[in-house]
Design a protein around this ligand. Structure first.
Ligand code: PMP
Length: 396
């Protein structure tokens, strides 16, 4: 929990962590072969399959590194030089994964939408049909635009064509609905510091049996640290309760991971998705009351963050420090096409279970707007927040 004098961290990751998570990792670094780390590793692998809604034959990987390392791992294990991939571009992070595929020597067909929109499914299937395709690369929620794709029909299209799939769930996993097994995704990856509500420093993914088999056929091996085949025996050993070594894991973060996954499962992952939905609806109602507009349409907007248009004539450099002074740190724009016109509020993980955090955030934004001469008042926005959160919870 935040100290009441500290502003809340309401950026799109890292986010606030729960008291239980915070105390889980605030210990002297345990050894990677210790029983505490072995137990945390093993339980986390089992819990990941459940939180990801993955099948028993899917393989979770836990990697020291950020979300970008997880993206690199997924791309390096599935994509070979000379192969063709299709990227669904909904923002800055889809551009990043496209560049990773290019660096592997793949030819990349990008299906893009303007910043704040997503391409139609038919545009993506048309791209898949343009030539033999190794993989479809999708960003579940692009954190620069706040756009969520609908993964299910995209993954169905990939499966029908025997195309592998990578879904970047960094700003989504445990915050947005995702059924890895039922939807047939091959890799669903995330990072610790988003809707899992952990400190940064872990890349996480679950990989289908089909994708692991595809790794075996690569002509160019991935860099050693990123190679699933180096890590596979280590993960299997830990899952069977035996510690093993290939490269040193982030031991404190493994303690945090098992605590965080336990909290999510105590609520139920479906309840967590629903809490993100309720928070998003509540905040959207509050933003509207404050005269703020989302960049994406309501249908395409994520539950995990709000990418908001700055009021005309207001610069992020003026507004954001005022909002922070009133108690919530929010983020500036990121996508180059809209960087100067947007700011972003993250609402994921532990924070969406704390309605007082959501209220403090709305209040800070209202007071910040008032400071820059936008005359907003917090009370009507807070009422709209409470009403919409309640309605969303009632209709769940
Ligand atoms: N993908 C998405 C959708 C993200 O939001 C981010 C981080 N904001 C990343 C990838 C990269 O993750 P990291 O910053 O942890 O490397």
């Amino acid at each position: 929990m935040s100290h009441s004098d500290d502003p809340l961290l309401m950026i799109p990751g890292p986010v606030e962590v729960s008291p239980a998570v915070r105390s889980s990792y605030s210990v002297s670094p345990p050894g990677h072969l210790s029983s505490a780390v072995s137990a945390a590793f093993s339980r986390s692998l089992v819990a990941m399959r459940r939180v990801w809604k993955a099948g028993d034959d899917a393989q979770p990987f836990i990697l020291a590194g950020s979300g970008t390392a997880a993206m690199d791992m997924a791309v390096a294990n599935l994509v070979d030089a000379g192969q063709r991939v299709v990227v669904v571009e909904t923002g800055y992070f889809s551009r990043r994964i496209a560049e990773m595929a290019r660096r592997r020597g793949a030819s990349v067909d990008v299906v893009a939408a303007p910043a704040g929109r997503r391409p139609a499914v038919e545009e993506v299937t048309a791209a898949l049909d343009r030539g033999p395709t190794r993989a479809l690369l999708v960003t579940h929620v692009d954190t620069s635009t706040g756009v969520r794709v609908d993964p299910e029909p995209l993954l169905a299209a990939a499966r029908e064509r025997e195309v592998l799939s990578i879904v970047d769930g960094v700003c989504a996993t445990a915050g947005e609905v995702f059924h890895m097994a039922d939807w047939g995704a091959d890799v669903y990856l995330t990072a610790a510091q988003k809707a899992l509500s952990l400190p940064p420093g872990l890349g996480l993914m679950v990989v289908s049996a089909r994708a692991l088999a595809a790794r075996e056929t690569l002509a160019t091996k991935p860099p050693m640290f990123l190679d699933w085949l180096e890590w596979l025996p280590i993960h299997r050993a830990y899952e069977e309760g035996r510690a093993a070594y290939f490269a040193t894991p982030a031991t404190n973060l493994l303690l945090a991971l098992v605590a965080g996954l336990r909290e999510i499962e105590a609520d139920g992952v479906e309840a967590r998705w629903q809490a993100h939905q309720a928070a998003a609806h509540g905040l959207r109602a509050a933003w509207a009351e404050l005269g703020l507009e989302l960049l994406p349409t309501a249908a395409e907007a994520a539950w995990t963050l709000s990418t908001l248009l700055l009021p005309d004539g207001v610069a992020a450099g003026d507004l954001l420090p005022r909002i922070a002074a009133h108690g919530a740190v929010v983020a500036g724009g990121l996508h180059p096409d809209v960087r100067e016109r947007t700011f972003r509020v993250g609402h994921m993980g532990y924070s969406v279970t704390r309605h007082d955090f959501l209220e403090r955030t709305v209040e800070a934004v209202a007071l910040g707007l008032a400071d820059v001469g936008r005359g907003a008042t917090a009370e009507p926005a807070l009422r709209a927040l409470r009403r919409a959160v309640k309605d969303a919870a009632a209709t769940a």
